[in-house]
Design a protein around this ligand. Structure first.
Ligand SMILES: Cc1ncc(COP(=O)(O)O)c(C=O)c1O
Length: 353
């Protein structure tokens, strides 16, 4: 226990918080749910929540649940490049808005929202502001004081720590009510025996992550750009989803015309390459990405889009390998489609005659 508790400062240091402002949760999803839940419980007269249409399902599905229980939710739309209209955000805040919860960086496109500006808008309106910063550690410098947020979520597995531990930062003096109710753990803010080994791992990962910020923003960014530019220049009918900047240095999301991501991922997997379509957390779902649809992509484009995420363990050799394999994979899938279409048309003609 003592060893686990010593790790609060390491994790707090990652985001420049006071250790007493941190509460450990089981994951990023629980942190997001807890932030919104607390705002509604501590402000029972306020029943409105503002979030964006491109949030992780940890927000979108929780807000669906709240709507069914009588809350009003505004899902802010995004522009075609995945950016937010801050004027619209400001206009959507009402006297009965309990909380604005907007992610810092999108997990599918890497597009970054201007969190400091959003926090300032919320402050000026006297509304709580929560950000889902799950995608940012090691990629963006996180300083909760500079950001001016009231609540912030992280998930440890994005820092290469084990899955199953997250945190919620709650700014000092912010009213807070626990989501998981039980014993008085986490200073009475989350019931349940602390997962000490995972807290220790989170602390160590936080220390290591602070040292990778430079590498992510120079070498990894270079690799991501090499991959993205290489794909766009070598593969006809490919295009990026989302703004080029501001964007996380490790993410690229590419649409391939005339093919389904499912087929691409299968052939990439056979070649030993890991990528994903939509959110990795919803992989297995055949629904097109709600993020890409919210950006105005057609269903066909959303279904033909693949996200490549790089990290500190990736190398130039690996990027070169993807650039060698991928054009042939897309060409093969397109050729198969042409054969299938020709067969289908042939059959249709045969049936008519
Ligand atoms: C932006 C974002 N928010 C929330 C989550 C959920 O985190 P967890 O899987 O720890 O519940 C994820 C997971 O990938 C994410 O990318």
């Amino acid at each position: 226990m003592a060893c686990g508790l010593r790790r609060y400062p390491a994790v707090a240091a990652l985001i420049n918080a006071d250790p007493r402002e941190i509460l450990f949760t089981s994951c990023g999803t629980e942190s997001n749910n807890s932030a919104i839940h607390s705002a509604l419980v501590t402000h029972p007269e306020k029943r409105h929540v503002v979030t964006s249409a491109v949030e992780h399902s940890a927000n979108i599905k929780f807000c669906d649940f709240l709507k069914k229980r009588g809350c009003d939710v505004t899902l802010l739309p995004v522009e075609s490049d995945g950016t937010l209209d801050l004027h619209l955000l400001e206009k959507s805040i009402r006297p009965d808005t309990a909380i604005v919860s907007v992610m810092w960086a999108n997990n599918e496109t890497g597009v970054i929202f201007p969190i400091e500006e959003i926090a300032a808008i919320c402050r000026s309106k006297g509304t709580l502001f929560h950000t889902d910063a799950v995608q940012t550690p090691g990629k963006l410098k996180i300083d909760v004081k500079d950001l001016g947020v009231d609540l912030l979520s992280l998930s440890a597995h994005k820092l290469h720590a084990p899955k199953g531990i997250g945190l919620l930062y709650v700014k000092r003096r912010t009213k807070y009510q626990p989501y998981v109710i039980g014993g008085g753990q986490e200073r009475g803010r989350r019931g349940g025996t602390e997962n000490v080994p995972y807290i220790v791992a989170f602390g160590r990962a936080a220390e290591l992550t602070m040292a990778t910020l430079q590498d992510e923003n120079t070498r990894v960014r270079g690799l991501r750009d090499k991959l993205e530019n290489g794909i766009l220049s070598r593969i006809e009918g490919s295009s990026r989803n989302g703004a080029k900047e501001p964007r996380l240095p490790n993410t690229t999301n590419i649409a391939f015309a005339g093919v389904e991501a499912e087929g691409i991922l299968l052939l990439l997997d056979h070649a030993g390459i890991c990528a994903s379509s939509g959110s990795a957390c919803t992989t297995g779902s055949l629904d097109p990405s709600h993020v890409l649809l919210a950006m105005g992509c057609s269903t066909a484009r959303a279904r033909g889009s693949v996200r490549f995420s790089l990290g500190i363990y990736n190398t130039k050799t690996e990027v070169d390998y993807v650039l060698k394999e991928l054009p042939a994979i897309i060409a093969k899938l397109r050729a198969n489609n042409t054969i299938e279409e020709a067969t289908a048309t042939g059959q249709a003609v045969a049936q008519k005659s």
